[in-house]
Design a protein around this ligand. Structure first.
Ligand code: CP
Length: 317
């Protein structure tokens, strides 16, 4: 593997999930492959899970890591080409080129601006990073995608279905939030889950929250959350801002919060969320704290999702 930007960089999703599950059982199997190798972790935005799970994954592979929180720990970075840099000290071009000299794999997180849809959906910043880096780049969440999260999510579903043995129904449900959030988790999850057979996948969201058709064109989307929840086996809750009215909050209806009563419509569904999650806004305490909540398993699987991607790249160096 030469880079990991999206599911399209994966040859076979089933094999990748199997290999990630194998690593979970044998985390130190490849502990020598990363000897004398370094993974650079660059964050333009905050993180808890991604940062620590990637460090842990690198540790399992015997890799060294360094971390840089851009703007907080570094010079202020200029993104635009041709700028007269009165307010910024270093251009992305030099910053990425230099950081890529200091590592063998460069993993980067950079969120959308949520104001210019074309700019975000063309992945302008991430494409520049891919262009400037001299080493393979891993997407730790870009403007429109969060593939390491999605790999962990489908891995979690695989574990709870004896590797997709029997047909199951998965619902990605929009849930309320007080801030406009990126679409990356919803887009990516839709992309990855659509690669798996034996899954009936539905998106439930308010009007004006349909995802970009590039990701959702073959997925049934309903604006009726109750209908979507009927007999579901997995409820994946996530807020995202409007795609149509780009980056805006156009629904403030807290009826969309995931509650115990709504979960009663399902087939004793497992509750999923990528975290961090705002309690009693996105989901009721009683759902998040129930035995059917599998959010911690998802978070644990972030380690092995990262580990299998780092391993594939290290094997191809
Ligand atoms: N789910 C996720 O990416 O968490 P962090 O933002 O804490 O990394």
């Amino acid at each position: 593997m030469k880079k990991f930007f999206s599911v399209e960089d994966v040859t076979n999703v089933y094999d990748l999930i199997k290999e990630a599950i194998f690593l979970k059982k044998n985390p130190y199997k490849y502990k020598h492959i990363g000897k004398n190798k370094t993974i650079g972790l660059v964050f333009f935005n905050p993180s808890l899970r991604t940062r620590i799970s990637c460090q842990k994954a690198a540790f399992h592979l015997g890799c060294n890591t360094w971390i840089l929180n851009i703007h907080k720990d570094s010079w202020k970075i200029e993104i635009n080409d041709g700028s007269v840099m009165k307010m910024t000290q270093e251009h992305l071009k030099e910053a990425i080129s230099v950081m890529s000299i200091y590592c063998d794999i460069l993993a980067v997180r950079t969120f959308p601006n949520l104001s210019d849809r074309d700019y975000d959906y063309k992945e302008v910043i991430f494409n520049k990073i891919l262009n400037y880096s001299r080493v393979p780049v891993v997407n730790m969440e870009s403007a429109t995608l969060h593939p390491l999260q999605s790999l962990a999510d489908v891995m979690t579903i695989a574990e709870f279905t004896s590797f997709f043995k029997k047909r199951c129904k998965v619902v990605l449900s929009w849930a309320p939030h007080i801030k406009p959030l990126p679409h990356s988790v919803a887009n990516s999850f839709t992309q990855w889950i659509s690669k798996i057979d034996k899954i009936d996948f539905i998106i439930a969201c308010p009007e004006k929250y349909n995802l970009d058709e590039k990701f959702s064109n073959r997925v049934f989307t309903t604006h009726n959350q109750d209908v979507a929840f009927m007999n579901a086996d997995f409820i994946y809750a996530k807020n995202w801002s409007s795609y149509l009215d780009y980056g805006k909050i156009v629904c403030k209806n807290y009826e969309w919060m995931i509650t115990v009563n709504k979960m009663k419509l399902t087939n004793h569904a497992k509750f999923m969320h990528c975290l961090p999650v705002r309690r009693n806004i996105v989901v009721e305490d009683a759902v998040l704290d129930s035995k059917n909540s599998i959010v911690l398993q998802q978070a644990e699987n972030r380690i092995f999702a990262s580990q299998i991607i780092f391993l594939k790249i290290l094997q191809s160096l």
